[in-house]
Design a protein around this ligand. Structure first.
Ligand code: NAD
Length: 297
């Protein structure tokens, strides 16, 4: 699917921002996200070299004269792979696409004295284009030397969001780790309850269909990636325990048949969401309209 959707752009390609830099080496470039970026760099006229797990014997040759080295390997291997890099040209930009940012950034700053940049593309390899997608940017060192790369990513259509690595990792805990973890548990629950998905879909309103799609799409992807995203967060366990405690509090309300407490808590959360609650209501109404149009079956 991804390949097909880029076919149209292949004829035209993208504007190339840096005309005088050496090849772009993608470590893990045979993987899902790495090959998407390999394709984008190629479509923009850069020479792309892939350094995957069987290629370490040629690492020095592959990295010779590199203008940028992109790390896109499984999260759990990232730091070890960075430590294994041969010395890079001083002006080479060393960057990574890892879903966590603090540890890879620190590892890159340690092995390379030149420009270092941490990126987190907030999308998977199944996107048909980067339009409206977000890439989080965590600055490492010598920002001026990698402005071309950021501009190149903007040309591909993405919006850049700058954040300190610690802040990114903190936010990801809720945006990714906890969300995927609760979706995982919900999936386990549906399975254990022997839920009949066909039947659920017959009964369900568009909003439930969307919710089910959000959970179900997780299981169409790579378990190892999600395991890494969830398990790589240092405070994942504490966060999940907090969540469980809140679930138990809510369960106690249910046990007591305490509708009043439920409504009081509901009001407090609604107040906390403030204007966002109404904004989300109207945004989701639009999403549902679009989702309904794009329904398969
Ligand atoms: P993947 O498993 O598809 O690709 C990883 C690649 O790394 C494979 O080609 C593998 O052969 C290679 N590799 C493994 N060990 C290696 C080694 N020692 N040396 C060189 N190459 C090695 O994984 P992916 O989904 O493409 O994820 C790669 C990175 O992208 C991860 O850091 C992940 O957090 C990040 N990311 C992924 C997504 C996503 O949705 N897939 C989204 C955002 C960020």
């Amino acid at each position: 699917m991804m390949r097909e959707s880029y076919v149209s752009e292949k004829d035209v390609g993208f504007k190339r921002i840096a005309t005088d830099i050496g090849p772009v080496v993608i470590v893990g470039g045979a993987g899902k996200l790495g090959s998407l970026f390999a394709q984008l760099f190629t479509l923009s006229g850069y020479e792309v070299r892939i350094l995957d797990k069987e290629d370490w014997g040629d690492a020095e040759t592959l990295c010779a004269g590199a203008g940028a080295v992109v790390i896109s390997v499984p999260i759990a291997l990232t730091e070890a792979v960075i430590a294994r890099l041969p010395p890079l040209p001083p002006e080479c930009v060393l960057l990574d696409l890892t879903s966590v940012k603090q540890a890879p950034l620190a590892a890159m700053l340690k092995v390379h004295a030149g420009p270092v940049l941490g990126l987190h593309p907030m999308f998977g390899p199944d996107v048909s284009s980067l339009a409206k997608q977000v890439v989080v940017v965590c600055h490492g060192r010598q920002e001026q030397s990698y402005q071309w790369l950021l501009e190149q990513i903007r040309i591909w259509g993405a919006r850049l969001h700058e954040a300190p690595a610690a802040e990114h990792d903190q936010a990801m805990q809720l945006v990714q780790a906890m969300r995927h973890f609760t979706a995982f548990v919900y999936g386990v629950h549906l399975k254990r309850e022997h839920a009949d998905l066909e039947q659920l879909l017959q009964f369900s309103s568009p909003i439930y269909r969307l919710e089910l799609a959000m959970v179900g799409r997780l299981f169409a992807q790579d378990p190892a990636l999600y395991a890494d995203i969830i398990f790589a967060q240092p405070d994942a366990l504490a966060r999940a325990r907090h969540y469980l405690a809140r679930y138990q509090e809510a369960l106690a309300m249910l046990e007591r048949g305490d509708k009043a407490a439920f409504c009081a808590e509901f009001d407090e959360v609604a107040h906390w969401f403030g204007d966002f609650a109404e904004q989300f209501r109207s945004e989701s109404a639009n999403m549902l309209m679009v989702a309904n149009d794009g329904r398969v079956g």
